[in-house]
Ligand binder design. Structure first.
Ligand SMILES: Cc1cc2nc3c(=O)[nH]c(=O)nc-3n(C[C@H](O)[C@H](O)[C@H](O)COP(=O)(O)OP(=O)(O)OC[C@H]3O[C@@H](n4cnc5c(N)ncnc54)[C@H](O)[C@@H]3O)c2cc1C
Length: 381
């Protein structure tokens, strides 16, 4: 049973969204980004960002359950999530866990309000799955690191003010013991960002080059050479946290698809596919409840984050694969006619769904983590 206070919170979120949710976002990537930034700032001013972040740092001091209720209601209302997703859900938790008082005072409020957008500079051209082999280097000179190297696939780097960069600070130690976690101002001389256009037509992720970029020592997060632990913390939150937030949107898309199928004649194998998507979404929902308990008990990161991530990728791909096939089969009398389905969005969701088995660590790497760390099999690499 949901406690009455949570129900009241849901009711207030629902009525606020009914009055304030923005119109459908523009298709053009740049215009959409601007609209999303504005939406982020409206959400923050109205108390809907940082719902479970400490009040003294600019959050609302409520629980993760409250934050998830707002996400569910946003999905129901067709309202987007705030723009600064990497800051809020990927880098932010690590900043909260490892930041000094000064770092928290400097970075958290602009991160929550969307005044400063963050990106995550982990992957490199030759270091994705094998992240510990990264070659971007930071040399400490007096009170500054001098940062040189290249990152790739850095989502929203072109729109970001700050980047959480993993850099090698001690080349003589074992690979994962010589890495530090630096907070880099993207406006520093020597930083170059080159957007990469994806199959969706959006240029969401980028290459980022660092050429003798000077980073104050005070922007080191956590211990010098101790960045690997922080990187695993960030990735744990990325893997389980994204599944938690995305589930609500998948369920809304699933219900819209079901309504459209009920209206028309969709062919014989649809029942099997829509049934399979339903089962996967129910599994994701159960995993979400466990993820909430784990987050509350401080059990992130954990190998269980990989299970959540794998279930999310399967849910995305089953759901939007089915939707796309149905869309194709209904060209003459469009599946979307008279329903809440948006054909263009289905194509985008399908393409994004393919990426779900790559970002945050590939499917094969997540399965290997499950085999080795959950099932106790010996290391196979
Ligand atoms: C949409 C999207 C957004 C992203 N955003 C970011 C971001 O913001 N910041 C960031 O740092 N990175 C980001 N990434 C990068 C992502 O983390 C990497 O793509 C991912 O970790 C895989 O690395 P790679 O691309 O170098 O592939 P590789 O590591 O070269 O892997 C290629 C293939 O080989 C397989 N493989 C590799 N090693 C093994 C092994 N030991 N066992 C079995 N199979 C193996 C992989 O599973 C994969 O299928 C993003 C990626 C995508 C798709």
């Amino acid at each position: 049973m949901t406690p009455p206070a949570l129900e009241a919170y849901r009711a207030s979120a629902r009525s606020w969204l009914a009055a304030s949710a923005p119109p459908p976002l523009p298709q053009d990537y740049r215009l959409r980004t601007e609209a999303l930034r504005e939406w982020h700032s409206t959400l923050y001013r109205s108390g809907w960002v940082g719902i479970d972040w400490p009040r003294e740092l600019g959050g609302q001091g409520l629980s993760l359950e409250h934050a998830l209720i707002f996400i569910e209601e946003s999905a129901r209302a067709g309202a987007p999530q705030p723009f600064g997703a990497i800051g809020l859900h990927v880098v932010g938790p690590t900043l909260l866990r490892y930041g000094t008082g000064e770092q928290l005072a400097r970075f958290v409020e602009p991160l929550l309000s969307g005044k400063e957008i963050w990106c995550q500079g982990f992957s490199e051209p030759d270091a994705g799955s094998d992240l510990a082999s990264l070659r971007t280097r930071a040399v400490l000179e007096d009170d500054e690191f001098v940062l040189t190297g290249q990152k790739i696939w850095t989502s929203w780097a072109d729109d970001s003010d700050w980047c959480a960069v993993l850099a090698r600070t001690d080349p003589d130690r074992a690979q994962h013991k010589g890495i530090s976690y630096l907070l880099v101002d993207m406006k520093t001389p020597g930083v170059t960002v080159r957007p990469i256009t994806q199959i969706t037509g959006d240029a969401e992720f980028c290459e980022v080059f660092f050429e003798d970029v000077r980073v104050p020592r005070s922007n080191l997060l956590g211990p010098l050479h101790g960045g690997w632990e922080l990187a695993m913390h960030t990735l744990g939150h990325e893997r389980s946290g994204y599944a938690l937030r995305r589930r609500a949107e998948l369920e809304v898309s699933y219900r819209n698809l079901l309504d459209a199928i009920r209206l028309g004649d969709s062919g014989p194998d649809v029942a099997v596919r829509i049934g399979a998507a339903y089962v996967t979404l129910r599994g994701l929902s159960a995993l979400s409840r466990r993820a909430v308990r784990r987050a509350r008990n401080g059990e992130v990161p954990s190998p269980l984050d990989s299970v959540d991530k794998l279930a999310l990728a399967k849910g995305e791909q089953q759901l939007f694969g089915t939707a796309l096939d149905l869309l194709g089969a209904h060209r003459a009398a469009p599946l979307t006619e008279g329903t809440s389905l948006d054909g263009e969005q289905i194509v985008k969701d399908y393409l994004h769904g393919r990426a779900a088995s790559v970002y945050g660590g590939s499917e094969q790497i997540q399965l290997t983590i499950v085999a080795e760390r959950l099932l106790g099999l010996p290391r196979m690499r």
